[in-house]
Ligand binder design. Sequence first.
Ligand code: FAD
Ligand code: SF4
Length: 476
Amino acid sequence: MKKPLIQPKEISVEQRIYNFDEVVCGYTEEQALEEASRCIQCKNPKCISGCPVGIDIKKFIWYITQKDYPSAYYTISEKNNFPSICGRVCPAEYQCRKTCVFTPKDRNVAEENAINIPLLERFVGDYARKHNLALNLTEKIKTNPKLINTKVAVIGSGPAGLCVAGELARLGVKVDIYEALHLLGGVLIYGIPPFRLPRDVLYYEINLLKNYNVTFYTGVSVGKTLPFRELQKQYNSIFIGTGAGAPTWLNIEGESLCNIYSANEYLTRVNLMHSDKFPEFHTPINVGKNVTVIGGGNTAMDAARVALRMQKIKGINGKVTILYRRTQEEMPARKVEIDHAKQEGVEFKFLVQPVKFSGDTRGYVKSVLCLQCTLGEPDSSGRRRPVPIKGSEFEIETDLVIIAIGLKANQILLSTLPELKTTQDGDIIVNPETMETSIPNVYAGGDVVGGEGTVIEAMGMGKKAAQSIVQKLTIG
Ligand code: FAD
Ligand code: SF4
């Protein structure tokens, strides 16, 4: 008989909604050993093909079964410098768990019983952090003599930029990262809340890069406070990993009323600027009693769960409602995030399309007019299209709205580079084999070139770009 998946412990709802502490506890050693023992060590392990950075999953799981956690860590580190981060945020049910042999081939999401690879990866990453294993890792680094005296500039410190930096620096390339914000990590620090990704974990894995001769320059907006042309003069190659930080708006009447936030602004105020601790920290935020979040992705779930915690922390007896145009089945958010949001008390209204916001006499939002929808034929995303029902208007009262319907590439840097080819949506066009842009020796990856929009995919692109940079630098 197949052994069932080992479920980790979670902090109870009553406890967790009053703070930003991590909700999912990692595996204990006992649980990790039990889960690892379910892996049947396939002769031809398909799980690896589902990992965008190609971790030897079978091998690191085998080391866990042998209680050889350092070897498990070094196996992961050959391909990924950030196991504790990825083990927490990777949507593995669409990646390695989906290709694990325990998921039947015709499924588009992992079977519940597929090996819990991310939690095993997290266990190994956390073990390595507690036992400082990364220090031994630097001794294993082999500098490529041809790369000594080469310099690469990385613009943006999100997962794509961090991955490029790690890959290049451990071969001896001098890497400088330029980051517009005052803290490193991109969405990992300003978007994903600490209850999913604790900051000590994040800082630890980012700071490891300093061991490899990576220098960070924060508060530098390339294209604004530092011209791109300066970087071209100083570096052999440049990597653009500026992400997709610009919000998409609904473009409906009343959208500029007070208390209507983009999800990025809302999350940045809380996660990065600590507005939950205002006035101790200087950034304020309005906390609604009746919050409406519009969207169905991970960003919407994060915004809703943060808004709910803000109400609880500030002692407001309110509610948070998510409006989504389709049904739960079409929601792009991870199931675990939807489940957590529901458990915590977030309400969901499906098949609802906002058409107009109304405000009070002071200019603050007071309601949103919506249309009921039905589902039509699938659109280009493969999901059934929402079709508004004529005459089905109804009004929802709200005093704070968070719009989380998608993000686009920020054009601050890109607009200064007329020779850089971009798509109609403003994403950078790259050669998919090399990640090189239309400007020679300038590479790009992560959300700024489009794609799935996941941490590990951004890292996968960073890895590919780093390999191309190395190839060019060593041949040239
Ligand atoms: P980013 O992480 O966006 O980093 C880009 C960095 O570049 C930023 O720090 C920015 O300040 C900097 N920058 C921009 N312009 C400049 C400039 N001109 N000069 C200097 N620096 C600049 N993915 C998952 O896999 N799992 C999840 O659970 C998940 N949850 C998410 C939750 C939210 C709220 C959001 C918004 C996204 C989430 N994602 C998740 C998606 C994932 O975070 C992104 O796909 C990933 O961060 C993209 O990485 P990146 O390096 O391309 O860009
Ligand atoms: Fe283990 Fe699944 Fe990979 Fe097979 S496919 S080696 S069972 S994780």
